[in-house]
Write a protein that binds this ligand. Structure first.
Ligand code: NAD
Length: 477
């Protein structure tokens, strides 16, 4: 694993002439020590008090939401309108989490056992929350709030691509919470791994690539008491049936491919078309894609920003060089912004077309996320082929079926194993009101959405035989 430099300076991917503030890696040890010291006190703090502190943090974040959104755009290139949407989700998550807390953290009396009993939820202790670059606040925020509400101190390690916005967000938590209850650990894989393997860290919530998720899983394999929730990648398909609203499906496919320049776990990276409507769909899809042209992410009008890193841009450029792939639209990896020549990691979208089942099943991208605006179109002649193509991937994050028939939707749905299944919606349409997370290679424990709090505590059964305890005694402990 590459060591993180002790300090580094990122440049804005939308304009490489802009240097962002220098960042120092944080040695994880002292942060873990502080979280360990804070754990008992935080677990014993009544939920009403924890909730009041979280609401104060929410209110302060609200006042700096527009600054945070601009920093996201500057730091990782997400268009400003999308970054504002991320902040809206960050703020909304506080109330959703607190309502989940009321529901999932409450003790429950059990009256049908041999003795009066209770099921209680125990705080676990320090939790590491490790975030990706593409939603630098929103994805970590969901896990951070769930763990804090549940009484677990949090050690937040953001992506090294987005340390500046993470630091500004963390400042607010650090100001409101008791010492040690929240810690920010800046760094890369090495710092992440140190957090995950420290025996004092009792839970890990990781959002990122399969490779890193596997590395963490292997590293903690001997500590089976540590809770690991993984939110990993996806190869999400939009399926278009012969009776579908083709205009809506084509628009959803273009949006699902190009939002965040294709750098979303739930991005539409596969389109499976019934042969009957394939030509008509493709025509409308290419027309819809034409509206996605790269521009400055900080402008209100921009839909397509740059890729976040030079490595991602190089990877996309190298893929575009390949002549062995069936290009329907070969995009570009640009060194400068077409609108004004600013240097940046700009790209235009690409489409591959696999004409039949055998060709589609041989696609090299079925097992691999490129994390760039490249989509594959597959043509199927019947539902069996649609399902074979869909299920060729080991991922299971989102899928969407475009049809007007409930029966057809249910019949295809029965053959598809994903954590999030949609009818007639983009594969990227993942509201915070619902659980979100993947099955199969896409992860476990659904840390990315509603009700994640149910995985943040340990369950304890307490039996108190009637009359065996006096209520009049005193506790001298
Ligand atoms: P990444 O795996 O490179 O890094 C994610 C985080 O893990 C970073 O903070 C990184 O420093 C840290 N890390 C890397 N290796 C580690 C290790 N061995 N031990 C501990 N920490 C380690 O991912 P990324 O490039 O930041 O994000 C893109 C990936 O995230 C894509 O695969 C995408 O699909 C996935 N993702 C999934 C979801 C979801 O909800 N399922 C959401 C967003 C992103």
């Amino acid at each position: 694993m590459p060591a993180t430099p002790t300090s580094w300076t990122n440049h804005s991917p939308g304009d490489l002439r802009i240097a962002l503030p220098n960042v120092h890696a944080t040695p994880p040890g002292p942060a873990i020590e502080a979280a360990t010291r804070a754990a008992l006190g935080w677990a014993r703090t009544p939920l009403t008090e924890r909730a009041a502190l979280l609401r104060a943090i929410r209110d302060e974040l609200q006042t700096i939401a527009s600054e945070l959104a601009s920093t996201i755009s500057l730091e990782m290139g997400k268009p400003l309108t999308e970054a504002r949407g991320e902040l809206t989700a960050v703020i909304a998550k506080f109330d959703l989490t607190l309502s989940d807390a009321d529901r999932h953290l409450a003790s429950e009396s059990v009256t049908d056992g041999p003795h009066p009993s209770e099921r209680r939820q125990l705080a676990r202790g320090p939790a590491a929350v490790i975030g990706p670059f593409n939603f630098p606040l929103h994805l970590a925020n969901g896990a951070i709030l769930a763990h804090l509400a549940a009484g677990n101190p949090v050690l937040f390690k953001p992506s090294p691509v987005t340390p500046v916005v993470a630091a500004r967000y963390a400042e607010v938590f650090l100001r409101h919470l008791p010492p040690g209850v929240f810690g920010l650990v800046q760094g890369g894989a090495a710092e992440g791994q140190t957090l995950c393997t420290d025996p004092r860290v009792r839970a890990i919530c990781f959002t990122g690539s399969v490779a890193a998720g596997r590395a963490i899983s292997r590293a903690i394999a001997d500590d089976y008491t540590k809770n690991l929730a993984l939110e990993l990648g996806g190869k999400n398909a939009l399926i278009v049936c012969p009776d579908a609203d083709l205009a809506a499906a084509a628009q959803a496919a273009a949006d699902g491919l190009c939002l965040t320049a294709g750098q979303r776990c739930n991005a539409t990276t596969r389109i499976i078309l019934h042969r009957e409507i394939s030509a008509a769909f493709i025509e409308q899809f290419l027309t819809a894609l034409a509206a996605w042209s790269p521009a400055d992410p900080l402008l209100e009008s921009t839909k397509l920003g740059p890729l976040a890193t030079a490595a991602a841009h190089d990877r996309y450029a190298a893929t575009l060089q390949r002549d062995d792939l069936p290009w329907l639209l070969r995009g570009t990896a640009l060194a400068t912004r077409p609108t004004d020549g600013a240097p940046g990691h700009y790209v235009t979208p690409s489409v591959l077309l696999w004409e039949n089942l055998a060709a589609g099943l041989s696609s090299p991208f079925t097992h691999e996320e490129l994390f760039a605006p490249l989509v594959e179109i597959f043509i199927a002649s019947n539902d069996a082929e649609i399902l074979a193509l869909h299920n060729a991937t080991p991922y299971g994050l989102t899928a969407s079926i475009y049809t007007r028939s409930r029966a057809h939707f249910e019949s295809l749905a029965a053959g598809i194993t994903v954590g999030n299944l949609y009818a007639n919606l983009p594969t990227t349409f993942s509201p915070s009101a619902l659980p979100f997370g993947g099955l199969a290679l896409s992860g476990n424990g659904k840390p990315g959405g509603r009700h994640f709090i149910r995985f943040t505590t340990d369950e304890q059964s307490v039996q108190i035989p009637a009359g065996s305890l006096s209520t009049s005694g005193v506790c001298n402990a």
